[in-house]
Design a protein around this ligand. Sequence first.
Ligand SMILES: Nc1ncnc2c1ncn2[C@@H]1O[C@H](COP(=O)(O)OP(=O)(O)O)[C@@H](O)[C@H]1O
Ligand SMILES: [Mg+2]
Length: 250
Amino acid sequence: MATAMLTMSSVTKRYGETMALADADVAFAPGHVHTILGENGSGKSTLVKLLSGVVRPTAGEISLDGRPIELGRPVDAHRLGISTVFQEVLLAPERSVLENIFMGFDGLLTFRLSKAERRSKASAALASITRTPLDLDQPAGSMPLAQQQLIVLARSLVRDPRILILDEVTAALDFGDRDVLFGAIRAFVETGRLAIFISHRMDEVRRLSDRVTVLRSGRVVETLEAGQITGPRLLSLMLPDTRIPVGHHV
Ligand SMILES: Nc1ncnc2c1ncn2[C@@H]1O[C@H](COP(=O)(O)OP(=O)(O)O)[C@@H](O)[C@H]1O
Ligand SMILES: [Mg+2]
């Protein structure tokens, strides 16, 4: 088994009375698509925000390459090569596609790249996840929702992260878009990087994952390795009350 790149040790996040994530232990290995699966409200986005410096843990520790890290702010995660596509599509609708792709970049990098370099990086990132070229100069808000989602994805890719976190990014995508995106995610991890893929869609999870951690009510139920990832197994971990009739194949 590969050594972990990123680990969460006994990580807890509480919002007042709500235990959003309780005592979570997860080890993420390089070269993997590691999926976090769970029903709505199970704590997936909380885990994502903890790994992205958006919220701080109530308790516990996050380590990268074996060393504890402090993710106090999103910029801390960026500097460590962690880039996240959040569940909510965050776009400035009147700004161009190009501006949106480079939005929120550390000033340093933006200034270091010429306009031409920014255009070519943005085009390359979009080309890896879209089937038809997008006009970089159009306002992002004028595009269909699926394309807006792809623009937000491209924003993460141009940062060239080591760790890419995708929180329910397929909701607005059709099957064709999804195929292209899944190909891009596989290509991303083939070079030894890590993708953390968040989903509650069973078909996607089985197709894409090297490893699946199942959350239920803020708790890690189990982490399955590739050979253990089957529909019935995932369902029974996600929904403890599901009764699967004998002989029924999901
Ligand atoms: N900012 C917040 N304030 C209070 N409760 C929150 C906050 N964010 C999430 N929660 C609660 O934490 C739990 C886990 O939420 P979340 O991580 O968004 O789950 P998921 O992404 O799996 O749907 C839910 O009960 C949710 O209502
Ligand atoms: Mg969520």
